[in-house]
Design a protein around this ligand. Structure first.
Ligand SMILES: *Cc1c(COP(=O)(O)O)cnc(C)c1O
Length: 387
């Protein structure tokens, strides 16, 4: 079956009721028929036996199975948030004395883990600039264990050639981890290009309606088994209810991503050249610095675009205040279009230099383009720009 069909037709569990849709198993634990069965379940530490929902749950398993099929991965583990997925990947595979290389353009909380927490536990990190992939190899040291990237990055929309980075990691025997949150498997499949682990904030496009939090990591069986044991014992597990919601959302992932991208491209094209804007960044605009790479590894440009207001920080505040119905919030990947101004909100505590280092300029507006009619979205933005 093709991925579009798999997303809709994957159902791992049916009860005796022969229900058409997936049941929701809201249970903390599972019962046994005998003392021997119970003893076996604990002895095996097997992924297939449900013991306790912190370890595994049929509804969560269905979500994992779907994402594995969509990403082309053997196995996966689900977590309560995207950050729990990132943190669990770091904690499972990095030990005191190890070194991790990461693109500097990563999600804010990932940046905080790398810079504030890992050093506390004796794990060093090095940053490289997404626009200079040739600088990666010089950063590799004997203790380098992991290379981490996010492409497209949040919020800078920088893109890196996944195959190029995967080849470097293979050559040096380094674990290659990709945050595929912005693209989703409907747009880009990092495993096919050589990634070892692919992770997501399922909170974003996977859920797609801004309702629940969730995270997932997929990869080969051996790596995921290690992560499974970490999550099982430390507890950042996904709630079955959230898994059920996200699983349901995956049925529409492909049509949603196509429409998000169609709307985003239309808006990006229309805004380019606007007198109040100095530039527009969107992976499928020819003006994007890594447009060729985007075309090579992505099916479409995804649902997020950014633009820079000539009027800087003040202009950003004014733009947000001029909005009539478009949502002013920090989430993304929602059916509703969302605008945010990182310099005056999420990144307001950083200096201008620090913001520049993570790709945030004073007048940067991030637009997560929703599924409304594109002409309505465009009219709303144009009026907020003051024209
Ligand atoms: C939101 C986000 C995360 C964190 O996910 P949560 O579900 O909010 O914990 C990680 N990476 C990227 C790229 C994100 O956009």
């Amino acid at each position: 079956m093709r991925p579009e069909t798999i997303a809709i037709r994957t159902q791992t569990e049916r009860t005796g009721e022969k229900e058409h849709s997936t049941p929701l198993f809201l249970t903390s634990s599972f019962v046994y028929d005998s003392a021997e069965d119970m003893a076996d379940a604990f002895a095996i530490e097997d992924l297939d036996v449900n013991i306790y929902t912190r370890f595994s749950n049929p509804t969560v398993d269905e979500f994992i199975k779907k994402v594995c099929l969509l990403e082309g991965a053997e196995d996966g583990i689900a977590t309560g948030t995207g950050m729990a997925a990132v943190f669990s990947a770091f904690m499972t595979f990095l030990s005191s004395g190890d070194h991790i290389i990461s693109a500097s353009a990563v999600f804010g909380s990932t940046h905080t883990i790398l810079t504030k927490y890992l050093p506390k536990w004796g794990i060093e990190f090095s940053y490289f600039n997404m626009n200079q992939p040739d600088s990666i190899e010089a950063l590799i040291k004997p203790n380098t264990k992991m290379l981490y990237v996010e492409t497209p990055s949040n919020p800078g929309l920088d893109i890196i050639d996944l195959k190029f980075v995967a080849d470097i990691c293979k050559k040096h025997n380094i674990l290659f981890v990709v945050d595929n949150c912005f693209a989703t498997p409907a747009v880009q499949r990092p495993m096919d290009l050589g990634a070892d682990l692919v992770l997501h904030s399922a909170t974003k496009f996977m859920d797609g309606q801004g309702r629940v939090l969730g995270g997932i990591v997929v990869g080969n069986k051996a790596l995921v088994k290690q992560m499974y044991l970490f999550v099982r014992n430390t507890g950042p597990s996904l709630s079955p209810f959230n898994a059920w919601v996200i699983s349901k959302s995956l049925e529409t992932l492909f049509v949603r991503m196509d429409k998000h991208a169609e709307n985003a491209l239309k808006i990006a094209q229309s805004l380019e050249g606007h007198p109040a804007i100095s530039w527009v960044k969107y992976p499928f605009l020819p003006s994007h610095p890594q447009h060729d790479i985007a075309k090579k590894q992505m099916k479409n440009g995804g649902g997020v675009l950014t633009f820079e207001l000539k009027a800087g920080i003040e202009g950003g505040r004014k733009f947000l205040n001029n909005l009539k119905w478009l949502s002013m919030t920090n989430n993304l990947g929602d059916s509703r279009t969302i605008a945010s101004h990182p310099a005056s909100t999420t990144h307001s505590k950083l200096s201008e230099e620090e913001r520049a280092a993570v790709g945030i300029s004073p007048g940067l507006i991030r637009l997560s383009v929703g599924l409304e009619h594109p002409d309505d979205i465009l009219e709303e933005i144009l009026q907020a720009l003051g024209l």
